[in-house]
Design a protein around this ligand. Structure first.
Ligand SMILES: [Mg+2]
Length: 172
């Protein structure tokens, strides 16, 4: 069987693709949003999306297949199709790579991510460890995930330094 070498990004949204300062800016404009959808759309900072584009471009130019799994609580209220929309309207060029969301896992996010990886490996009959990175401003990950975790500072959101770490962890 052909060996599948997929790499996974577990992506949070709040505190990663937005930050405190960005929220202050958009809150001031709050009254001018016409719908919930429009308000949600503006909660994602296009500058952070561009950093995510950088990661995806690096993977593509090195022929590495990377999929994005949304682990943010947004997944509870937003279907995958709409998540892709919110990313795309903010400049994301790789919406087709957003393939899934993590299962609910109770209070510990790391457990949901572990469950997802186990099921994913079963589904694709992958026996080796897979390369993955968790991008989150929360810290409720598992000890076994410590070397796969990029802890984002929610005061500034995703940064260039984070992107460097992500690329290194994913080996792209
Ligand atoms: Mg968050």
């Amino acid at each position: 069987m052909e060996k599948i070498n997929k790499k996974l990004i577990f992506l949070d949204i709040d505190g990663v693709l937005n930050d405190e300062k960005y929220f202050e800016t958009i809150s001031k404009k709050c009254n001018s949003y016409n719908s919930k959808k429009e308000w949600k759309q503006h909660q994602i900072n296009p500058e952070k999306i561009e950093l995510l584009n950088t990661v995806m471009r690096v993977s593509e130019s090195n022929n590495k297949s990377v999929e994005i799994v949304i682990s943010s609580s947004w997944r509870k209220s937003t279907i995958l199709h709409d998540l892709k929309y919110y990313f795309t309207v903010n400049g994301f060029k790789f919406a087709n790579k957003i393939t899934n969301t993590t299962p609910s896992s109770g209070p510990i996010k790391g457990l949901g991510i572990r469950n997802f990886i186990n099921l994913y490996k079963l589904q694709y009959q992958i026996e080796d460890d897979i390369d993955y990175v968790i991008i989150d401003d929360d810290q409720d990950m598992l000890y076994e995930q410590r070397n796969n975790f990029v802890h984002v500072d929610n005061k500034i959101g995703l940064s260039v330094d984070d992107v460097t770490k992500i690329i290194k962890i994913l080996k792209i």
